[in-house]
Design a protein around this ligand. Sequence first.
Ligand code: NOJ
Length: 468
Amino acid sequence: MSAVGLHFPRDFLFGAATASYQVEGAWNEDGKGENIWDRFVHEDSGRIKDHQNGDVAADSYHQYKKDVQALVEMGVDFYRFSVSWSRVLPTGVISSINQKGLEYYSSLVDELLANNIKPMVTIFHWDLPQPLQELGGWTNPILADYFMDYAKVLFDSLGDRVKLWLTFNEPLHVVRSIADWTHLAPGINLHTQGGDYLAVHTILKAHAQVYHLYDKNYRPSQRGRLGIALHSHWYEPKTECEADFRAVHQALQFDLGTFAHPILSDKGDLPPLVQGIVERNSKAEGRARSRCPTLDPSWVKRIKGTTDFLGLNHYSTRLVSLKEDIDPKSDWGVSVDIDPNWPAAITSHVKVVPWGLRRMLQYVKKEFGNPEVIITENGYADNGQLNDAGRCNFYKSYLAELLKAIHWDGCNVTGYCAWSLLDNFEWSKGYTERYGLYHVDYNHEDRPRTAKDSARMFRKIISTRTLD
Ligand code: NOJ
């Protein structure tokens, strides 16, 4: 059935997103320190598909006013961007605060507000200060405190004007970048040493501490809201056999559940299934203890309920089946596949499966008691053409499923943010995968921005609040 006639609620928020390393450039200007992405790309350009980097990127550090103009053209309600930790705290810690870095974000916030656009700030979108990586990165529990110090600097300097905060973007990707995904910085593999679950603990604690800090010391005067942006694919069983249905449950518990369960479930803590599997695997590996340490009950309590809404980054769906043998590299225990009939413009991770978004939202409603959800990312990659019919079709079909989830399933979704405002540095894919509603000409020194067809379509959807 189609979504014809359905409307987005009047107070529903539409936005577009970017992240610091992917758009800002100015990697070593005005006192910014080095972060793990600077190090990763400079050490070996071969790590990036087109041997490029984010040194200049879309040059948003100098051209943020053009970004805001593009947002104005589309008529969005909010702009989601992230702060580069190293731009604000070059050494990672608060003994030296870079005023110029803070001024940049302050000017961006002012420019947005002057144009009636709400800022939504992601405190951490993957670009950890390199000195903190030297300290062990997220495997070191002290980072939970350093993260809190950093967040405090942002609340103090921007919180009078920023009312929407996200602590982490896709923390599970951060965890995997130190465990089994060498294509993301810092690109180290500490799975065998249990680095992934140490990082899960630190990030959960960091998030919870910042939530409580905001709640207690800032919310009363600043009156903002704070959440976390979690990524999850939707999963479908590869075959009709019972084991593949179990694989779906398992994949969701690992993918969404690792961070959502401790924060959003009634019981809190990591999903029992995840803990059980890691314990079983650890035993089979001949270890004295599980690679996933037990969270102290006081922390379970402190982490539970620490979000005002769930930020959900959703792009696509995967087929899963249960694996027979234990995989020494991953605990998930599922084989992941795609249906070759699912369309995609290029070989990106985004296969177009709009109904997966609706199922994902139904699952979140059921699993976590219908929390408020803001879709913090959803988008489509192509080669960057201006006549981007594939992206238009993607947005229309996913938004249609979102309307059904809101109106027919009663899912509590209050906002939607497109990834991305601009063509930008797509991590290990460099500039070969373009997600922008606006094209950026990377052959031109000035990085001119040009609206694609999808930007005009998005504008119409926002102004009419319907897809008709
Ligand atoms: C998730 C990430 O948050 C963002 O940085 C990335 O560019 C998009 N997905 C597209 O892959």
